[in-house]
Design a protein around this ligand. Structure first.
Ligand code: IPE
Ligand code: IPE
Ligand code: MG
Length: 250
């Protein structure tokens, strides 16, 4: 493994659209679920390297609201795999001081998966190393819709005044309320789209697309993405000259 990283410029929050499991399986003449099974191994490696590099937040898109439209056998297998994985991995996550969080609507998952995730979140809630955020039954449009409904309820019950609505306040109604926005968004699998993921939060994220299918992604691929990120100049609407003397990594 080659590490040409500047350890002082590690992104605080990396979000990943883990795509390409199905195509990976097809290439090997296997069922799609084998791609997902292999994808879980990659998740473990990426959680490990993220923790080692002291990334603070890692958000993984594991199941979108739109993914319910897949064939029933695949959806059932994915739900079973999610439940099985969290049951197997919670202790190790806890030992490694990882805090597990979920964005998306957990209550609509199978009762078994939903309960296991809830228990794992409670167990790890005081952990202080990596925040591992699983996007499950997540879509940005649903998240924003739910946020608007909550805000409307606050307005109607006079707990909120419309003049107090600001972008900062609105962000507090999202699932990611106390989570900083991603610095780096990675998508594997070769598609150049964001598929309803963190649309509000990626306003100023650096985007990294790779052809590598998720089951072929590994710690070195993750490091390569961060290296690429470190070569970029994030300007946030300002000029290069203004940015040159600012440390945006702290
Ligand atoms: C991503 O891989 C995993 C999920 C969406 C659950 P895909 O299953 O979308 O794989 P491809 O894109 O069909 O290859
Ligand atoms: C995005 O992948 C969702 C996840 C990785 C969980 P998809 O495979 O569902 O995205 P599209 O359908 O190709 O846009
Ligand atoms: Mg896909």
């Amino acid at each position: 493994m080659t590490l040409n990283l500047d350890l002082l410029k590690i992104p605080k929050h990396v979000a990943i659209i883990m795509d390409g499991n199905g195509r990976w399986a097809k290439k090997q003449g296997l069922d799609r679920i084998h791609g997902h099974l292999h994808g879980v191994k990659v998740v473990k490696d990426i959680v490990k390297i993220s923790n080692e590099l002291q990334v603070n937040y890692l958000t993984l898109y594991a199941f979108s609201v739109e993914n319910w439209n897949r064939p029933k056998e695949e959806v059932d297998a994915l739900m079973e795999l999610l439940a099985e994985t969290i049951a197997n991995e919670t202790q190790e996550l806890h030992q490694n001081n990882v805090r597990l969080r979920v964005i998306g609507n957990l209550t609509e998952l199978t009762p078994k998966a939903s309960q296991l995730f809830s228990e794992a979140m409670t167990l790890t809630q005081n952990n202080t190393s990596l925040n591992l955020i699983m996007a499950l039954n997540y879509s940005s449009h649903s998240e924003i819709n739910t946020a608007l409904k909550k805000m409307f309820h606050y307005l109607q019950s006079n707990q909120l005044d419309s003049k107090d609505i600001t972008p900062t306040l609105f962000q507090q109604f999202l699932d990611t309320a106390d989570i900083p926005n991603p610095d780096l968004l990675i998508r594997t699998g070769g598609e150049f789209r964001v598929s309803n993921f963190l649309l509000y939060q990626i306003a100023y994220s650096e985007l990294y697309f790779t052809q590598t299918l998720w089951p072929d992604f590994n710690a070195q691929s993750f490091i390569n993405a961060i290296e690429d990120y470190q070569k970029r100049q994030r300007r946030f609407g300002m000029t290069s000259e203004q940015i040159a003397n600012t440390n945006i990594y702290t």
